[in-house]
Design a protein around this ligand. Sequence first.
Ligand code: 8DG
Length: 155
Amino acid sequence: MSELLVADGERPREGGVDRPITEVAVGVLIDDAQGCFLLTTRPPGKVYAGYWEFPGGKLEAGETVAQALRRELQEEIGVTIGQAHPWHQKLVDYPHALVRLHFCKVYDWSGELQMHEGQEFAWQTLPVTVEPVLPGTVPVLEWLAQEAGQAAGQP
Ligand SMILES: Nc1nc2c([nH]c(=O)n2[C@H]2C[C@H](O)[C@@H](COP(=O)(O)OP(=O)(O)OP(=O)(O)O)O2)c(=O)[nH]1
């Protein structure tokens, strides 16, 4: 498990020191043929609206990460995913909540992208050209860059 990331640390925390951890499933949809990955904006009305992130959402009671991811991606972007490959986890302390992000890589899906919640989407390569990026999403871009460097034979 990686260390805690504190986002917007100068702002007060809702719920005090003992707030529960909210588990979140997040999908890094990778198009290997094109060498790109999908980012979407947070919908209007949600915290950090307009910030770029990877699609996903909170686990409901009794759900596994893979089940939640499958449901969220159907609801939010209209695709049905194949296998979700567990990748990294990150604990992020936001003003609004303490969240544990379960990032999964996804290489297969069916259906056309449909932004059901008024989001924008962008297929991106590194470095990304969209901004602002959600604080809890920034580490993912670093992990992707590390992997790309390793694949290219860099230390
Ligand atoms: N989907 C997603 N959420 C992220 C990422 N990075 C990150 O810090 N988060 C945080 C933001 C939110 O606090 C939380 C996700 O909650 P959410 O509000 O989007 O989830 P949801 O779709 O289930 O929301 P709702 O049903 O309660 O409206 O995880 C990311 O890359 N993708």
